[in-house]
Structures are given as structure tokens and as C-alpha cells.
Write a protein that binds this ligand. Structure first.
Ligand SMILES: [Zn+2]
Ligand SMILES: [Zn+2]
Length: 177
């Protein structure tokens, strides 16, 4: 379940949309987004042919764009896609993450953004994985779901096979393997 834990790590970054500046957490709520802020925001992306609004200002290592709000000398950095959602659609309900329907993290097109719960977001990430860690495809026939997680039938079969082989060896050759 490597994918699952990796997904959680990403989510933890996104759950809290404040950005760390110089090692200090920024304050919990952002300054008001006024006309000037909106005007400045609209100069910081370009629309590509697929309709994504690609952020052209600062982008964090995790791929998300950031946008400063506040007085120039003491502005705080916020995730640009979340700011875009608030400008164009409205406040993000408490505790919800913003999922990129287009999968382009630097995109700030509000039509490509959707607030989701942590659980929904994890499910969507999982759905993007088409093969098990050993490379078997997650077809309907090769997949079973247990406690909300997908498992590979081929891997389970191989695991049982190995267990049977071990028992066989133990019976035939004692513990000398
Ligand atoms: Zn997009
Ligand atoms: Zn497999």
C-alpha cells in the first residue's frame, strides 16, 4: 500500500493551505481579497490550449502555485488554486481540499477545481493507478476490494502459491531449504 501512504503525505500538505514562509507558519486566515488583489491575481496565469489556467508566478516543490496576499513588506503566501476558487466561486468549506479535475496542479481555472473530502480525494488518486506495484493491470477480473482498498488477484494467487510451495518444500525436504 505504498500509493496510499504517499497520497496521505500529499494531502497533509494540501489540507492546510497556509504556506510556510521562512520557517514560520503563516496566520490561519488570509487578508481580505479586494479588487486590487483580484487584478494582480489575473496577471499571474496564462490559459493553455486545453483550458487550464497555468500559474506563471511562484510554484512550490509540490507543484502547486502560490500567491502572496497582504502588504508588500509582509505578504503571506497562499495556494493559488485555493485563492482562485475563493475569488471565482466562494469560500472553501472548512476542512475540504480542492481537487484538480484536470490533474494539473499549477492550474487555477475554477472550472477545473472541486472541493472534496480527504476520503474522496484519496479515492480519486487511487483510481488513477492502473497497475499493482508488481505491474499487473487492475482489470475488473483481476481486482477485488477489501475495506475500501483495491487488491490484485494475481498477486494474491502468487502469494498463496509461494505459501503452498514452502509447505511442500518443508514436507519433502524438512527445514533444509
Ligand atoms: Zn486545469
Ligand atoms: Zn499484482
Amino acid at each position: 500500500m505504498v500509493e496510499h501512504s504517499r497520497g496521505l503525505a500529499l494531502n497533509q500538505v494540501e489540507v492546510d493551505w497556509r504556506v510556510t514562509v521562512n520557517g514560520t507558519r503563516t496566520r490561519p486566515s488570509h487578508p481580505p481579497i479586494d479588487e486590487r488583489v483580484i487584478a494582480r491575481f489575473s496577471t499571474k496565469y496564462r490559459v493553455d490550449e486545453s483550458g487550464c489556467w497555468l500559474w506563471s508566478a511562484a510554484i512550490k516543490e509540490n507543484g502547486y502555485g502560490t500567491f502572496g496576499i497582504g502588504p508588500a513588506v509582509a505578504s503571506f503566501q497562499y495556494y493559488a488554486h485555493r485563492v482562485s476558487y475563493e475569488i471565482n466561486i466562494g469560500p472553501i468549506p472548512d476542512g475540504l481540499q480542492i481537487d484538480h479535475l484536470c490533474r494539473v496542479r499549477s492550474c487555477v481555472n475554477p472550472a477545473h477545481l472541486e472541493p472534496v473530502t480527504n476520503a474522496e480525494n484519496n479515492q480519486r488518486r487511487t483510481a488513477l493507478i492502473t497497475h499493482c506495484p508488481r505491474g499487473h493491470e487492475y482489470t475488473d477480473a483481476n481486482t477485488y476490494v477489501w475495506r475500501g482498498a483495491r487488491f490484485c488477484r494475481e498477486c494474491s494467487r502468487l502469494k498463496e502459491q509461494r505459501a503452498r510451495d514452502r509447505v511442500g518444500h518443508a514436507t519433502l525436504a524438512g527445514a533444509s531449504v
